[in-house]
Design a protein around this ligand. Structure first.
Ligand SMILES: Nc1ncnc2c1ncn2[C@@H]1O[C@H](COP(=O)(O)OP(=O)(O)OP(=O)(O)O)[C@@H](O)[C@H]1O
Ligand SMILES: [Mg+2]
Length: 326
């Protein structure tokens, strides 16, 4: 089984750990690390760890655009994790993403740079390549923002081409205009994982209550999505499908960095769908993947025994339609 993750706007993530740091002050950094990152790259790294745990036969491919000036950390990650590299190289350097983590307040502050400029020819070339690669994969995961020069309907257009009865499972995790375009296109992907802020922005309204959140996810199901995972940060996540909804509360963990929590959730959901797990079991797994990911710097899973222990600690609350909760 092969999974293709697409990351149009990858980043070299520089994570600095600065306990108690303050703006407008000189701050001491006690740990720094550079990781090849970006959302789809993180999803691939987590899935590669899952396969290395011996729990699945998933093989990974990763695609997108990479600046040719600083591609080597990505190439090293792909070699280490056995990920097939289908990234198109473009002139320039892949952007840097700065993450400042504070172990005292357990907070993460992100600065995302815009990314390399992509030309219409490069958009056409990657689109053609993805349409050629997709049929060889069981799932295609479209993740993250779009770099300058890429039209905001890039994902929406791919989904129209790739969503066929015999086609791969399509999963989307994006925000802003790219998410709005995906949600407004005739065909939606089977799997969506917005966080609450992204869904509120895309629908143009606040979703303060469970009832409003469930109603919003049902709008997406009615338009063709099959699983909508709505993540709520440390409060957990809903998974909503046509037969019901479950809410997962994550275990309390020592937070090292929340970078990639959502990506680990997507990896958990995609692996669970491919393995035929029920939605409740899928959300339990995905929540454990996310909790495990926040205990470390860089994308990946903790050792298998730790992951299983986390999975046991996830609390699942069913909210079935029959109970009249929706
Ligand atoms: N502090 C935390 N402790 C445990 N689990 C967490 C914590 N923060 C997030 N998670 C888990 O990660 C999941 C995804 O987190 P979140 O809703 O922040 O995603 P996101 O905003 O998409 O993140 P990303 O920055 O990766 O895009 C949550 O549903 C939760 O299960
Ligand atoms: Mg996210």
């Amino acid at each position: 089984m092969r999974v293709l993750t697409v990351t149009p706007n990858p980043a070299l993530d520089l994570t600095v750990q600065a306990p108690g740091w303050q703006p407008s002050a000189v701050n001491v950094v006690d740990r720094a690390q550079t990781d090849a990152g970006g959302k789809g790259v993180n999803v691939a790294a987590v899935l590669a760890d899952w396969a290395a745990h011996g729990e699945s036969t998933i093989e990974l491919s990763a695609a997108g655009w990479l600046g040719q000036g600083n591609a080597s950390p990505f190439e090293e990650l792909f070699r280490e994790r056995g990920i097939q590299d289908h990234f198109m190289r473009v002139p320039g350097e892949t952007r840097l993403g700065l993450k400042i983590v504070d172990p005292l307040s357990q907070s993460t502050t992100d600065f995302n740079l815009p990314g390399v400029q992509v030309t219409p020819e490069q958009v056409a070339a990657l689109t053609a390549n993805l349409r050629r690669l997709a049929p060889q994969h069981s799932a295609v995961v479209l993740s993250g923002s779009l770099p300058p020069g890429v039209p905001s309907d890039f994902y929406a257009e791919l989904i129209q081409a790739l969503r066929t009865p015999a086609g791969p499972l399509l999963a989307v995790d994006t925000s802003g205009a790219a998410l709005t375009a995906v949600l407004n296109a005739p065909q939606l992907p089977q799997l969506l994982k917005p966080n609450i802020h992204e869904l509120e922005a895309a629908l143009g309204r606040e979703l303060p209550s469970d009832a409003e959140r469930l109603a919003a996810t049902h709008e997406l199901l009615n338009r063709g999505a099959e699983w909508v995972a709505l993540s709520l940060g440390e409060e957990g996540a809903w998974l909503v499908w046509n037969g019901g909804a479950v809410l997962a509360r994550p275990p309390q963990v020592a937070v090292v960095s929340t970078v990639g929590a959502g990506d680990a959730m997507v990896a958990g959901l995609v692996s669970a769908r491919l393995e035929g797990l029920s939605p409740a079991d899928a959300l339990r797994r995905a929540t454990a993947f996310s909790a495990g990911n926040v205990t470390r710097l860089g994308a990946g899973l903790p050792p298998h025994a730790d992951l299983l222990a986390l999975q046991q600690q996830v609390q699942i609350q069913p909210q079935l339609r029959e109970q009249g909760e929706l």
